[in-house]
Write a protein that binds this ligand. Structure first.
Ligand code: XMP
Length: 509
């Protein structure tokens, strides 16, 4: 995609930025406002395109984190619809692969250009069987095909309304193929729309010359496509989604099943990606699955980045310890401040077009612009989406004392937990019976936090993107790519390193 790649850096300028950001993170900087050149700070008008990995482009630079309190299908759907992508966590019990696969399937089936494998039923199946399939799959139209997958008709919920099952077959209630509008061969979204408007139908089955079913186009999907022009889609028009697999245990089996479900990108996610374990895991994934789209992490240094580059990954997650639910730095005293990590890793990427994902530490919207300027092709966020409607987990009501009135009110909360927290480890390992000391011996590097329940993650993404467009406008650029180019051409024109009091003035409210 034009404009989606991070610009090449001038080495001298980059080294001076690396010096300046050593030991620093987002809140240590402000950016000097430049003369604005955009008429409107509108995400629909400003190009924010980027990549999450070498061959997966995004129109918006936001990725939801693979955490079990952040990304399952509902979150991944919203992220992809809004132009980013969600990575389904692997926080399911070891050996329990199908639940994660199902989340991927739900995203891939959410909306389509052409539905390549629509739910189907045989003409001689009973109407009860068809009704059960409709309710199980939550799909209101079944394609009726014979044993050689030749199209025989369509069966909709309306065909079954008020019908008692006894003895009735699908062929008794379906609309037979000779009364359907059918298209032979492949079709573009535009042509499908034209045919459906002209012939006044809402469903268009596609068949080959001998009548074999090739797919189904629905008006509902075409309307959604049009309403969500920035959505991240695969070449069949389906939403894209990623999934994390880890680097030990069932990771290869998990990867195999996720790939069968047509996941768009695999993520080997471990706390310390610059490691023997990672070396082996990447080697095994490449050996078993060849050239699949593969992101690995996390690293926070130039050496770590080169290590992953040398092993042929397509994307690299950067962030050792900046995450909201993360205690790595406290428990180990290791980590790299995120601004430094991003600049060092970007320098190490050099001429390669492998994508860098700035993972963690974006706790105010303005942090996104800095993460994307310092080195991230896109940014991964976890706690920013915690507590939203799409985040997994139950809402719990807690009593909160209002200081002004001294009244107690019940406030809805959801839980955010680090994936290396005791609670997440306990669930993943299926060790409910183990006592706390045993689990603590596993070495937790994360914590559990209650976050007030709030509205949809969609609103948060849209607000963040508006603020990112404002950053682009303040930066004197007309697109994300241009902002990065201008910044890296003359970093001194932009970067203001803050004193303790100017940091307070800027970021403490
Ligand atoms: P934010 O700041 O957006 O960061 O919440 C999300 C990222 O935090 C990382 N993460 C962890 N890091 N221990 C860690 O050291 C943990 O338990 C943990 N859980 C999540 C992860 O990289 C995520 O994308």
């Amino acid at each position: 995609m034009a404009g989606s790649e991070f610009p090449r850096l001038d080495r001298d300028a980059a080294l001076s930025v690396a010096d300046l950001v050593r030991g620093c993170t987002f809140d240590d900087f402000l950016l000097t406002p430049q003369r604005s050149i955009v008429a409107r700070r509108d995400p629909a008008a400003i190009d924010l395109s980027c990549r999450v990995s070498q061959r997966v482009a995004l129109k918006r630079p936001i990725v939801s984190a693979n955490m079990d309190t952040v990304t399952r299908a509902p979150m991944a759907i919203v992220q992809a619809e809004e132009g980013g992508i969600g990575i389904i966590d692997r926080g399911f019990r070891a050996g329990d692969i199908q639940p994660q696969v199902r989340e991927v399937e739900i995203v891939k089936r959410t909306q389509h250009g052409v539905i390549g494998d629509p739910y189907s039923v045989a003409p001689d199946a009973s109407v009860d069987e068809a009704a059960a399939l409709m309710s199980r799959s939550r799909v209101g139209t079944l394609v009726v095909v014979d044993e050689r997958r030749r199209l025989k008709g369509l069966l909709t919920e309306r065909d079954l309304r008020f019908v008692r099952g006894e003895g009735l077959r699908v062929s008794d209630r379906m609309t037979p193929v000779d009364r359907l509008v059918v298209h032979t061969g492949a079709v573009s979204a535009e042509d499908a729309e034209r045919i459906m408007v002209e012939r006044k139908v809402k469903k268009l089955p596609l068949v080959s010359g001998d009548g074999t079913l090739l797919g189904l186009v629905t008006a509902r999907d075409l309307v959604k496509q049009r309403r969500l022009p920035f959505a991240t889609r695969d070449d069949q028009g389906r939403l894209r989604v990623g999934a994390a697999i880890g680097a030990t245990g069932d990771y290869l089996e998990r990867a195999a099943e996720l790939l069968k479900a047509e996941v768009d990108v695999l993520v080997i996610d471990i706390a310390h990606g610059h490691s023997q374990v990672m070396d082996r895991a990447i080697g095994e994934v490449r050996k078993r699955f060849g050239d699949v789209e593969l992101i690995a992490g996390n690293v926070g240094t130039a050496e770590g980045t080169k290590f992953l580059l040398d092993r042929g990954v397509n994307g690299i997650k950067v962030g050792i310890g900046p995450g909201g639910g993360c205690t790595t730095r406290m428990t180990t005293s290791f980590g790299v401040p995120q601004a430094q990590a991003l600049v060092d890793c970007r320098l190490a990427i050099d001429e390669s077009d492998v994508a860098l994902i700035a993972d963690g530490g974006i706790h105010r919207h303005g942090g996104l612009a800095l993460a994307l300027m310092f080195g991230g092709d896109c940014a991964m966020l976890g706690s920013a989406f915690a507590g939203t409607e799409e985040a997994p987990g139950e809402v719990v009501h807690k009593s909160v004392l209002l200081p002004e009135s001294q009244k107690t009110v019940k406030v809805p909360f959801k839980v955010l937990r680090g994936m290396a927290s005791l609670e997440a480890i306990r669930d993943r390992l299926d060790v409910e019976d183990a006592d706390r000391v045993e689990i603590e011996a596993l070495g937790a590097e994360g914590m559990e936090i209650s976050v007030p329940a709030r509205g949809s993650a969609r609103t948060i993404v849209r607000d963040m993107l508006k603020h990112l467009c404002s950053s682009i406008s303040y930066g004197g650029a007309a697109s994300l790519r241009e902002l990065r180019e201008l910044f890296w051409k003359e970093p001194d024109r932009y970067l203001i390193k803050l004193s303790a009091s100017s940091r307070r003035e800027s970021y403490e409210r």
